[in-house]
Structure formats: structure tokens, C-alpha cells
Design a binder for this molecule. Structure first.
Ligand code: HPA
Length: 234
């Protein structure tokens, strides 16, 4: 079924989808981690592929940046392509006691976005991960010896010039990662009966002006994708 933002044919997308923000990262994941990967979407250059991992069909698709873009793709995946599990694999800015390269399993995602309030009568939604996926990812991390931490994160609409007091508010609430998609993904997953999880590598430290080097970024992402694929295969 072709939808406004996906040109995949019916059945071309697997029930389980990895969702990195960057479409080129989707291509990289398909090439490096999936067997027999074939192209599943090219519309708007938001590249998508379907292949197999340990015999299970898995798709990988770029989401773009921010809740609106991510939610458009997640909604069309669920409603028109029968997708049942989405794992965002992304990066985040670190806050407080985290180091570059740390992998966060996002248990909850607070936000400055109104996206969930628009769907929830203006009330605050507790946007949280699917417990089965969260547990599987935590178990896979232990089995693989990859240090990963179950964490509270924050999804912002403002990469630039947001709340000037955001850091102190995050620290006060023990929130350790900032990105731009998960709260929307989790809210929509709750409404759609979709299982969703975000797994994030800390790529920058927002208080220490530390940034991952490109090769470090590559390695961190590989560990994260291995962890996620093992969790999904379990
Ligand atoms: N802010 C928002 N999103 C991000 C960041 C950040 O600092 N780093 C990676 N994704």
C-alpha cells in the first residue's frame, strides 16, 4: 500500500522496524546487519530496507528529525503496513552523570512538545516504553556484556534556543538524555497498541562540550544496533 510518505508495496515492510533518524544510517544498518536486504522505501529519500536477522524479517527506515516527522512514519507503518514493533535507534545529548558512548534504554520520555497533549485533551501523558521490549533490550545488553542503562529521557522540539533553564530542570528530575522523537513515538504507540522502545547512544555531553568523534559514533552505533537486533531476535 502506497501512503503519502511511503512507497512500499503491501507486505514489503516487516512487522518489526528499526527507526534511526538518519536515512543514511538506515542504509548502513541494512547493509551491515541484515541479510538479503532489499529497498522498501525511497519516497522523499527517507530510505527504508527489509532483510532478515537470525531468520526473522526486519525492516529499517529513517524517521527524520523531530516528533512530527517520526510520528508520520510511525503512524503509516502501523496503520497501513501492519507494523507491531518499532525500536528507535538514535543518538542523544547527555546530561549529568553519563559519558559519551553510553547506551540509554529510554524507559520514559518527558517533553516540551504538545504532540501528546493534542491527543489527550490537554492532559499530561506518561509517555513510556513497552516493557517487553525494554526488558528484552536490558537482558540482551547483559548477555552481550554491553553496558546499557535504563533511563529517563527528554524529547525537545527545540534543538536551538529552547528553555534556558532546561539543564537544571533535567538534572533535578534525574533525566540524563535529550533527543527529539521518543515522547511522540511512545505516545502514539500507546494509542495504536504498538510496542515501542528508544535506544540511544550519548553522542554529545550537553554540559561538558564533549562530542563523539565520527569513528567513535560509528562504533557506538554498532554496539547499539547489535544489542537491539539481539533483543528482537530473543
Ligand atoms: N539535542 C536534541 N537532540 C539531540 C541532541 C541534542 O543535544 N543530541 C542528539 N540528538
Amino acid at each position: 500500500m502506497s501512503t503519502p510518505h511511503l512507497d512500499a508495496a503491501p507486505g514489503q515492510i516487516a512487522p518489526t522496524v528499526l527507526l534511526p533518524g538518519d536515512p543514511l544510517r538506515a542504509r548502513h544498518i541494512a547493509r551491515e546487519f541484515l541479510s538479503d536486504a532489499t529497498e522498501a522505501n525511497t519516497r522523499r529519500n527517507m530510505l527504508g530496507y527489509t532483510g532478515t536477522y537470525r531468520g526473522q524479517r526486519i525492516s529499517v527506515l529513517g524517521s527524520g528529525m523531530g516528533i512530527p516527522s517520526c510520528a508520520i512514519y510511525a503512524t503509516e507503518l502501523v496503520r497501513f503496513h501492519g507494523v507491531r514493533r518499532i525500536v528507535r535507534v538514535g543518538t542523544c545529548g547527555g546530561v549529568g552523570d553519563v559519558a559519551l558512548g553510553d547506551i540509554l534504554l529510554a524507559q520514559s520520555a518527558s517533553t516540551d512538545s504538545r504532540f501528546n497533549r493534542l491527543q489527550f485533551g490537554g492532559h499530561d501523558l506518561a509517555a513510556c516504553a513497552d516493557f517487553e521490549l525494554l526488558r528484552a533490550a536490558a537482558d540482551a545488553a547483559t548477555a552481550l556484556g554491553i553496558p546499557a542503562r535504563v533511563a529517563a529521557i527528554f524529547s525537545t522540539d527545540c534543538f536551538y534556543d529552547g528553555d534556558p533553564h532546561l539543564m537544571e530542570r533535567l538534572i533535578r528530575h534525574r533525566i540524563v538524555g535529550v533527543e527529539m522523537e521518543s515522547a511522540g513515538l511512545y505516545g502514539l504507540a500507546m494509542r495504536e497498541g504498538l510496542r515501542a522502545l528508544s535506544v540511544l547512544a550519548v553522542s554529545d555531553h550537553l554540559q561538558r562540550d564533549e562530542h563523539m568523534a565520527p569513528e567513535q559514533r560509528e562504533q557506538g552505533l554498532s554496539a547499539m544496533v547489535s544489542l537491539v537486533l539481539e533483543a528482537l531476535a530473543a
